[in-house]
Write a protein that binds this ligand. Structure first.
Ligand SMILES: NC(=O)c1ccc[n+]([C@@H]2O[C@H](COP(=O)([O-])OP(=O)(O)OC[C@H]3O[C@@H](n4cnc5c(N)ncnc54)[C@H](O)[C@@H]3O)[C@@H](O)[C@H]2O)c1
Length: 418
């Protein structure tokens, strides 16, 4: 039986990973975390956040005594494999705090037993794993090191942990072999890279997504200012056109990773990652654009409802959510602001009915599925940057008749085609 300790183990990445590992033969898992309340909650079989399908597996793992959460760092000394998934330490400008990283690394390495393996699973500032490796050498510890960034999306952990190829980087063959064998227990394929490739590649993944959102957000703002309905154009040009298939809708690009990781690359490139910096300017300006869109009404006399405050649909995670930036602006300029979200636990929120009953203006903060079929009073002004609700005037879409029919029988559809 191999003992695994996950540091940061009650977080969004550590906990699903720990629960999945505990379900495999031959592993016993301890999720180590500094947050006592999360540890207690997890040990009582309750997830501290939404993650599809994980809670029943957590309960089962606890029952089988293959899993526990703990605050006791002593556990690190008895582990065969230590996995760190604490949040990337950054300052208030999202710049990396390398000193914190060093201190955390030293404390961990010093506690580990000889022959154990340390897997860095957090998203790292490029070069971090080399610093950790050098410290292992300097401290003369016999610890194997691998860097294996997590690539799951929140809400899809259970599905993606076991299906995505796992990226494994290491400085020596023995560590590469050990880490690869470990991940082959979880998924079907492992891709071996250098540690620096693993670090930069993970940041690239998130920056790429963030840049994609920025393109759509900028086009949305440009079109709206020009009197063009962005989503009518979007639907028309994306329909059956494969080269545009990856273009996302506009929306509040937020959450704990995309902005932070794009800025890590900006810092790493000594602020020469111009696309990254530009994407930040565009995405972070969308809440202010929402305010601009309401410039034609007397906002000071209007009640505003913000529907959805999580950073993405079907999530309860509000980290860096731009819906809160919209709220902040509305609190300054509107008469009253009502925020609602079916998943988020925040005393400032009101039930959906209350928000709707009071609203002169509705702003879609997060396109949760439960909002899809809502209908609003005619006089209510609706701002939907996501293009989630039905277009008033979708593009006309004709399909050719089959060969026997007359040309007049072109099928005409004004269905929403997105
Ligand atoms: N959230 C995601 O979808 C996602 C996906 C891929 C990668 N990542 C990366 O994974 C890392 C973790 O992200 P997360 O979303 O799980 O963060 P999180 O805040 O949800 O979890 C981190 C956990 O670490 C705990 N912690 C902090 N310092 C600790 C310490 N010294 N010892 C023990 N526990 C400690 C916290 O209490 C928290 O429970 C980050 O680097 C992030 O960029 C996140």
């Amino acid at each position: 039986m191999s003992k695994i300790v996950i540091i940061g183990g009650c977080g969004h990445v550590g906990l699903p990973f720990g629960v999945v590992l505990a379900g495999l033969e031959g592993f016993e898992v301890a999720c180590l975390d500094v947050d006592q309340s999360k540890v207690d909650q997890v040990n009582s079989g309750v997830m501290p956040f939404l993650e599809v399908g994980i809670e029943p597996l957590l309960k089962e793992a606890l029952l089988r005594k293959k899993f526990r959460a703990t605050t006791d760092v002593i556990e690190v000394g008895t582990a065969d494999i230590v996995i760190t998934v604490i949040g990337t330490p950054v300052d208030r400008y999202q710049a990396p705090l390398l000193q914190d990283l060093n201190e955390h690394a030293d404390a961990t390495i010093n506690r580990m037993k000889d022959g154990a393996m340390l897997i860095l699973r957090s998203t790292l500032y490029p070069g971090t794993s080399k610093m950790v490796y050098d410290r292992i050498q300097r401290l003369n510890h016999k610890v194997h090191l691998a860097v294996c960034p997590e690539r799951i999306a929140e809400g899809k952990a259970l599905e993606e942990l076991t299906t995505l190829p796992q990226i494994v980087g290491a400085f020596d063959d023995e560590s590469m072999d050990k880490a690869s064998q470990f991940f082959m227990r979880i998924t079907k394929s492992v891709i071996q890279v250098t540690p620096l490739e693993a670090e930069i590649g993970k940041l690239l993944v998130n920056a790429w997504r963030y840049l994609n959102f920025a393109v759509s957000n900028q086009m949305y703002m440009m079109c709206t200012k020009s009197g063009v309905d962005f989503y009518r154009m979007y639907d028309a040009f994306k329909k059956d056109y494969p080269r545009m298939s990856s273009l996302p809708t506009a929306g509040f690009a937020a959450g704990p990773c995309l902005l932070k990781d794009t800025l890590q690359l900006c810092a790493f490139s000594n602020n020469q990652f111009f696309f990254g910096n530009s994407a930040v300017l565009v995405n972070e300006s969308l809440p202010n654009f929402v305010l601009e869109q309401l410039a034609d009404i007397d906002l000071a006399n209007k009640r505003v409802a913000i529907l959805g405050t999580a950073f993405k649909p079907e999530s309860d995670d509000i980290r860096d959510s731009l819906a809160y930036k919209v709220r902040k602006l509305m609190c300054i300029y509107a008469k009253e602001v009502f925020c609602t979200d079916p998943y988020v636990d925040d005393p400032r929120l009101v039930p959906l009915d209350t928000a709707l009953a009071n609203a002169d203006v509705i702003i879609l903060g997060t396109p949760h599925k439960v909002y899809k079929d809502l209908t609003f009073r005619k006089e209510v002004r609706v701002v939907d940057v996501w293009g989630f609700w039905q277009l008033q005037n979708p593009p006309v879409f004709l399909t050719a008749p089959d060969s026997e029919s007359e040309p007049e029988s072109y099928a005409l559809s004004q269905e929403k085609i997105r």
